[in-house]
Ligand binder design. Structure first.
Ligand SMILES: Nc1ncnc2c1ncn2[C@@H]1O[C@H](COP(=O)(O)OP(=O)(O)OP(=O)(O)O)[C@@H](O)[C@H]1O
Ligand SMILES: [Mg+2]
Length: 247
């Protein structure tokens, strides 16, 4: 589904990614982990073609994204939904309008049909129809995340990219959101890439993950494989997460 090959990124003198390679298989939930400032969001923005690839290659659905023309780029972009780290809802639009915005901009569907589709997506993320009329300021943090998720599902994507989807949520809401991701993956045959630092998400949701540490990948594998490595950096990273639970 996604292949990242020998990616190198630097800003001025600072190297962020040094020779990073991994792939994401169809149908899996893949995690991108790493400390703050380790280059997770930049990597995601490069995969979704918002940031430039300086050196190296990223293939999506078998195509090198550097070599796509405008038409191909637009086509491939409709294959994914993205929930950005600080991706806010439009405060002047109600929930249904927020979810339908991509359909309004990318299709010629009539408004009633767009509203119907938006309502279906709203139900898909576990919210009731009456939430549709509310404005973002009237929603709880967990509801906002669900609405943002519904918006990223609007175009029926094959791939979902989520940057810290549960950060800032209380543990119960975060757990419910994690369960929703698992459910949606199974129901919609999605491939999901999640940036997260939540141990519960790492152990309960991710099939495999990579850890960016000091510009390189410390591991690409499952949680069990990561523990078996018995590597100081990996253990430190995962132990830090375990120690932080409940705090
Ligand atoms: N456009 C840019 N210009 C210059 N430096 C940048 C740019 N974008 C990101 N950086 C730098 O790249 C590094 C990685 O940033 P990034 O946002 O990917 O970190 P992150 O792993 O997502 O961190 P966090 O967990 O805090 O979200 C940081 O040092 C950041 O300051
Ligand atoms: Mg980030």
């Amino acid at each position: 589904m996604i292949e990242v090959k020998n990616l190198y990124t630097s800003f001025e003198q600072k190297i962020v990614h040094d020779n990073i390679s991994f792939d994401v298989k169809k149908g899996e939930i893949f995690g991108i982990l790493g400390g703050s400032g380790s280059g997770k969001s930049v990597l995601l923005r490069q995969i979704v073609m918002l940031d430039q690839i300086q050196k190296g290659q990223i293939n999506i659905l078998g195509k090198d994204i550097k070599n796509l023309n405008m038409e191909q780029r637009n086509y491939i972009k409709k294959n994914w939904g993205v929930l950005f780290q600080f991706g806010a809802l439009f405060s002047s639009l109600n929930v249904i309008e927020n979810i339908g915005i991509m359909l309004k901009e990318n299709t010629k569907l009539p408004k009633e049909l767009i509203d119907d589709i938006a309502l279906t997506k709203l139900k898909m993320v576990g919210l009731n129809w009456d939430v549709g009329k509310l404005y973002p300021e009237e929603l709880s943090g967990g509801m906002k995340k669900r609405v943002a998720l519904a918006r990223s599902l609007a175009l029926d994507p094959e791939i979902l990219f989520l940057d810290e989807p549960t950060s800032g949520l209380d543990p119960a809401s975060a757990k419910a959101f994690d369960e929703l991701i698992l459910e949606l993956r199974d129901m919609l045959d999605l491939t999901v890439v999640i940036i997260t630092h939540e141990l519960n998400t790492i152990t309960n949701v991710l099939d495999r993950f990579c850890i960016i540490n000091d510009t390189k990948l410390a591991i690409v594998g499952t949680y069990d494989e990561a523990l078996k490595e018995n590597d100081v950096t990996i253990n430190k990273f995962l132990k830090l997460k375990r120690d932080n639970i409940g705090k």
